[in-house]
Design a protein around this ligand. Sequence first.
Ligand SMILES: [Fe+2]
Ligand SMILES: [Fe+2]
Length: 308
Amino acid sequence: MTDTFTLAHLSDVHLAPISGLHFRHWNTKRALGYLNWQRGRRHVHLRSVADLIAADALAHAPDHIAVTGDLANLGLPGEYAAALTWLEGLGDPDRVSVVPGNHDIYTGRLGGDSCLVTWGPFMRNSESWSTDARVQFPYVKTQGPVAFIGLCSAIPTPPFVAAGRLGDGQIAQLALALERLGAANYIRVVLIHHPPLPGQAPPQRALQDAAALADVLDQHGAELVLHGHNHREMLAWRRYSAGGIPVLGVPSASAGLSHKSEPLARYYLIRMQREDGALRINCETRGLTSVDGEVMTIDRRDLATPSV
Ligand SMILES: [Fe+2]
Ligand SMILES: [Fe+2]
C-alpha cells in the first residue's frame, strides 16, 4: 500500500451548553460538577470552538475520525442527544469511531438512556469482525488497511474521582483482537479515553489497570494508541517485539481559553502510509494559537515506528 490513510483525532470537546438537567438527575457528583462548570469550565469549553475545529478537520477530508471521549460534562441524556447531533455532523458511523470518557459515564444514577445506547452506532463492530449488533468493548471497526479497536475505560465514580478501569474481561478480549488483527496485517489503532500507561495521570484520574493494559500492548503489539483525558499533548512509546508503539494524547478540541496549563483547542491529523512493508506515521497538530485566531498547523512530527 502506498496510499495515505488520513485519520483525524479529536477529544474532550465537553460540548456546551449543559442541557436537560432535571431534578431527577441530581446527586452530589452532578451538583459539584455543575458548580465547577459554572465557575470555570464553561468559560473554557466553547461550542463555537468545537465547531471550528470540527470544520477544519472535515475540510481536510480525513478517511476516518476518532473521538476519544468526554463529549458531555455531567453525563446527562440531554447532553448525549446534543453530542449525537454533533457526531452525525462529523460523518457516517463507519467513518467515525467514538469511545466514552469519564464525563460521559459520569455517575451511577443516570435517569435515562446511557451514552452507550445513544452513541451506539459509532461504537459498533464492523460486520466483517462480528455480526453481533450489540455495543461491546473492545469493538473492532475496520476501514481499508486500518482496524480501530475501541476500549471503554469509563466507569461511574464518586465525587472528585475521574479514574477509569477496563476490567479483566475487556483486557483479555483486547489481547485476542490485537493478535488476530496483527496476523491479518491490519494497522491497529487502539482508542481509549484515559492515558493508558502507568504513571501518566495522578491516581484519582488514572486508569486503574494501566499496568495490565501495558502488558498486553507489550505482548501483542499495536501500531498506534490514541487517548484524551489530560487535555494536553502527550507522546510516550511502548516497545514490543516488532518495534515501538506511539501512545499519543491530544488536548481538548473545544478550549477557547487557556486553562491551568492546558493549551487552546487542538487536534491531530495523522497520516499513515505503508511503503515496502514499513509503516510511516506523520502527526500534524492543528489548532488555535490565539483566542479568536484561526485554526492552523502548529507542529508536524514523524512517528514512524522504528524497525527492529
Ligand atoms: Fe476531559
Ligand atoms: Fe476525562
